[in-house]
Design a protein around this ligand. Structure first.
Ligand code: NAD
Length: 498
């Protein structure tokens, strides 16, 4: 079912890199070769941007009604092809099939939601005064560059491409070199849905080569990236040079704040769900578990007991609850941070080791890992590890919880767990994060704005605000009076110009 080689998509056609270079995609559960994709470079990016610009002449002029019809068809085709997408996503990311079934089943909603937004979005008539009609209109930006990571390859691209296309833009996608296959498959879905050739181009390749070339290309009108904070800074600087909009969904270090009125079993399931989904490789991972001191020891003991029972193994097995990390590099990072945590004096309450599983000896598996006795200023509490590691930190009261939750440079997400909803909202509103869940974590919807503060990025995905960010607003002022206005007439009369 999985092919040996997946070509890129440029101008509606399958293409290999102009240089002929390829890169290898590994199966994280075995460490073995899964397939190859082209290793595109600046030449391929230039061809893709040219194709997207040409397609913009067609797609950008279509009515919202026509664009919505294509996106609705894409939602239908994607739904029909879901088993194929799930199988490939599991194979290239190592994420368990039960997670990918749950996550990918929702992706068609983004296409139908943004189809509906395109159909219903209204602009304003402004109270300009006098005999003027002033209205605003939203026009597409042009060619948009979309750079995506490996942890949710299809979902994250979907969050960007659905609003970008709905608003009339054409796109050049640079997916992660680690998991590029489902983005290539998505281009085929959009093609079959009736998107004009060249409106969606996918160039695979390394970030420092193909990604950097896309960010620097003079033909793009916006660059939207999900990735690490340092990558975001680099790409934002390129956008800054050219004065084009940049949107960045970057790193995180989310806090899960548990008050003592939360039943223990809910608190523990919350912490497990927040910390260990995707083996901790999500930007909103609950990497910092802040527990009110009166229940801290009890919650920690139960958390350790439950973490011991997580079933780690073959991601294609529906019974598996946690798969491998995505790569040797990610595994090395986790091991390095476990050593840092120990050296900083944190107590390893559970885990801390890589795992060799039978039949998957080359897989990148690591135990779920719990550090207790963590201080907020330790590196393991501050830096994004992006693996199955959670730091447990006690707090005294509301003020202390807010101080700790706000005590990182990141500001992507947090969750607050309390039976007292008034208190939970009070605390939520004091936390400097773009997303705060109350008595939940990880929940997402195409209508719900998603994006971070501080080092977690700029801009929002999802919702009307995201659709608008893929447009430029033009103000049209119409003089309806028909009067002859002559500022320089020699009549000495008082004249109004504002
Ligand atoms: P990464 O920054 O290494 O790579 C992201 C993408 O950027 C890849 O396609 C990569 O090839 C490309 N890239 C790398 N260097 C580049 C450069 N110099 N110029 C242009 N493109 C370049 O990130 P990753 O390891 O793929 O993903 C993990 C990171 O993504 C984590 O930090 C995580 O928090 C973040 N993330 C954020 C969100 C969010 O919604 N905020 C969601 C998922 C992941």
């Amino acid at each position: 079912m999985i092919c040996d080689h997946y070509p890129m998509r440029i101008g509606g056609r399958e293409a290999d890199a102009a240089s002929g270079a390829r890169l290898e995609v590994l199966n994280p559960a075995t460490g073995r070769l899964l397939c190859t994709v082209p290793a595109g470079d600046a030449d391929d990016i230039a061809a893709a941007v040219a194709a997207a610009a040409a397609a913009g002449e067609v797609w950008g002029r279509k009515s919202p009604l026509d664009r919505a019809a294509v996106l609705n068809r894409a939602a239908e085709i994607l739904t029909r092809r879901m088993p194929e997408f799930v199988a490939v996503e599991v194979a290239q990311t190592g994420r368990p099939v039960r997670e990918m079934l749950a996550q990918l089943a929702r992706t068609p909603e983004w296409y139908s939601y943004f189809a509906a937004v395109a159909r219903t979005h209204e602009t304003h008539v402004h109270p300009f005064g006098g005999a003027y009609l002033n209205y605003s209109r939203r026009a597409p930006l042009g060619v948009v560059g979309l750079v995506t990571p490996w942890n949710h390859p299809l979902l994250i691209l979907t969050k960007k491409i659905a609003p970008a296309l709905a608003a009339g833009n054409t796109v050049v996608v640079k997916p992660s070199e680690v998991a590029p296959v489902t983005p290539l498959m998505l281009a085929d879905v959009l093609d079959k849905a009736g998107l004009p050739a060249g409106a969606c181009n996918v160039v695979t390749g390394y970030g420092a080569v193909a990604g950097a070339a896309l960010g620097a290309h003079p033909g793009i009108s916006k660059i939207d990236l999900t990735g690490g904070t340092e990558t975001g800074r680099r790409v934002a600087a390129l956008a800054g040079e050219r004065l084009i909009p940049f949107s960045g969904e970057l790193g995180g270090k989310a806090s899960v704040v548990v008050f003592d009125d939360m039943p223990d079993d809910r608190a523990v399931s919350a912490a497990l769900f927040a910390a260990f989904i995707a083996a901790g490789q999500t930007c909103v991972q609950g990497a910092r578990l802040l527990v009110q001191r009166s229940v801290h020891d009890r919650v920690l003991d139960r958390l350790v007991a439950r973490a011991r029972r997580i079933r780690i193994g073959d991601p294609t097995d529906p019974a598996t609850q946690m798969g491998p990390l995505v790569s040797q590099r990610q595994l090395d990072t986790v091991e390095r941070y476990v050593a840092i945590g120990r050296a900083e004096g944190a107590r390893l309450a559970h885990g801390g080791n890589r795992l060799q599983l039978e039949g998957m000896a080359g897989g990148f598996f690591h135990e779920p890992t719990i550090f207790a006795g963590v201080h907020n200023d330790m590196r393991i509490a501050q830096e994004e590890i992006f693996g199955p590691v959670v730091c447990v930190i006690p707090f005294e009261d509301e003020d202390d919880a807010v101080r700790l939750a706000n005590g990182t440079a990141f500001g992507l997400a947090a969750s607050v767990w309390s039976a007292d909803i008034a208190r939970a909202q009070r605390v939520a509103q004091r936390i400097d994060s773009g997303i705060v869940w109350i008595n939940d974590h990880h929940r997402i919807d195409p209508s719900s704005p998603w994006g971070g503060f501080g080092d977690s990025g700029l801009g929002k995905e999802n919702g009307i605000v995201c659709y608008e960010s893929y447009t430029r607003l033009q103000s049209v002022v119409v003089n309806l009076s028909g009067d002859h206005f002559d500022w320089f007439a020699d009549d000495a009369a008082d004249k109004r110009y504002s």
